[in-house]
Design a protein around this ligand. Structure first.
Ligand code: VGL
Ligand code: ZN
Length: 192
């Protein structure tokens, strides 16, 4: 059996318009992701949501000499999932970059994501969320390294594009590493 899981990366207020590190159109992937959550859960598949979950003195913040404005501070509204995202009790939430000294773009970095997927005997992962050129890319590359068949859900990711073209380049890098792209409507379950 080719068991599949959905991994939703960092769909948090600070990465959406109005947040401190907004991804243009970041909120526009919420509806397609909600449809994916329903599709996966109706098929009995595992849905995982990662979140950037930093302490207030995190090393990635510019005031500590890092590259980013303060974002996704544990327990603040900016760190909450987008209010329209349908995170229910069955969604497994994975927090990352939770200590001051270490950053983690990938949902696999310093978390139990890989063992969770192995425990559920998952071989295929579908990855969506924010941001294409940072945490989505890093999560996809780590999923490939860990040996999972890995799909980027094209219509359910958005990038920051600090430099024009960053997201496109990120997609190309993921493809070169062995990822495949798919549109959410094309995702099906063999046992449906
Ligand atoms: C992210 C920048 C800093 C992301 C997280 O989720 O893509 N980007 N921290
Ligand atoms: Zn961060």
């Amino acid at each position: 059996m080719n068991k599949q899981a959905l991994i939703i990366v960092d769909v948090q207020n600070d990465f959406c318009p109005g947040g401190s590190l907004p991804v243009p159109g970041g909120d526009r992937i919420v509806e397609p992701i909600n449809e994916l959550i329903a599709k996966f859960q109706n098929a009995g598949a595992v849905v995982i949501a990662t979140r950037d979950w930093h302490p207030s003195n995190h090393s990635s913040f510019s005031e500590q000499g890092g590259p980013w404005p303060v974002h996704c501070v544990q327990g603040t509204p900016g760190a909450e999932f987008h209010p329209d995202l349908k995170i229910n009790k069955q969604v497994v939430v994975i927090s990352k970059a939770t200590t001051a000294d270490k950053d983690a773009y990938s949902g696999f970095d310093g978390t139990n994501l890989e063992s969770l997927l192995r425990d559920h005997k998952i071989s295929k992962v579908f990855i969506c969320g924010l941001a294409t050129d940072y945490c989505v890319k890093a999560t996809v590359l780590d999923a490939l390294k860990a040996g999972f068949e890995t799909y980027v859900v094209q219509d359910a990711v958005r990038g920051v594009d600090v430099n024009a073209g960053d997201s496109e380049e990120a997609i190309n890098e993921m493809l070169r590493a062995g990822a495949k792209t798919i549109r959410s409507a094309e995702i099906v379950f063999a046992s449906e």
